[in-house]
Design a protein around this ligand. Structure first.
Ligand code: FES
Ligand code: FES
Length: 158
């Protein structure tokens, strides 16, 4: 199979990669570009571990072909912390015990960011709906919802 040249805008930087047109955005991020904060879980659109923000909307990177993502703005978890300073959502996940093994956390944090960017004052129901496509095997979800809610209510300042 022939490779094609793909140009992706990731976290404000342009990346060019020679890869197969069948490669997903998740594969290109992790395997071609070695941007590994976005996690791989089910690879079937079921777990949300691979969530990135594309043109202001959360998407499962395992369900998007990298070639389709050209011309879009992609934001990954690597864009959130500024140097040593965590993003308020990251801070809140730590403070509220919303991280245990942490494998699901990048996906939940990106979903939370997409929600709060659009709706800075969501109800608990709206937070629950926003995270409903993401699976966590450890926390029981309540702490994750609480962590997002505390940022919405400015109770976490990083
Ligand atoms: Fe993409 Fe599970 S790895 S949704
Ligand atoms: Fe372990 Fe969510 S903290 S899967």
């Amino acid at each position: 199979m022939e490779k094609i040249l793909i140009t992706l805008n990731i976290n404000g930087d342009e990346h060019q990669v020679h890869t197969y047109y069948t490669r997903t955005l998740l594969e290109v991020l992790r395997e071609d570009l070695h941007i590994k904060g976005t996690k791989q879980g089910c690879r079937a659109g079921e777990c949300g571990a691979c969530t990135v923000i594309m043109d202001d909307k959360p998407v499962n990177a395992c369900m998007v072909l990298a070639a389709q993502a050209q011309g879009n703005t992609i934001v990954t978890i690597e864009d959130l912390a500024q140097g040593d300073e965590l993003h308020p959502l990251q801070e809140s996940f730590v403070e509220n015990g919303a991280i245990q093994c942490g494998y699901c956390s990048p996906g939940f944090i990106m979903v939370g960011k997409a929600l709060l960017d659009k709706n800075p004052d969501p109800t608990e129901d709206e937070i629950e709906t926003a995270v409903s496509g993401n699976i966590c095997r450890c926390t029981g979800y309540q702490k994750i919802i609480q962590a997002i809610d505390k940022v919405a209510n400015n109770e976490v300042v990083s």
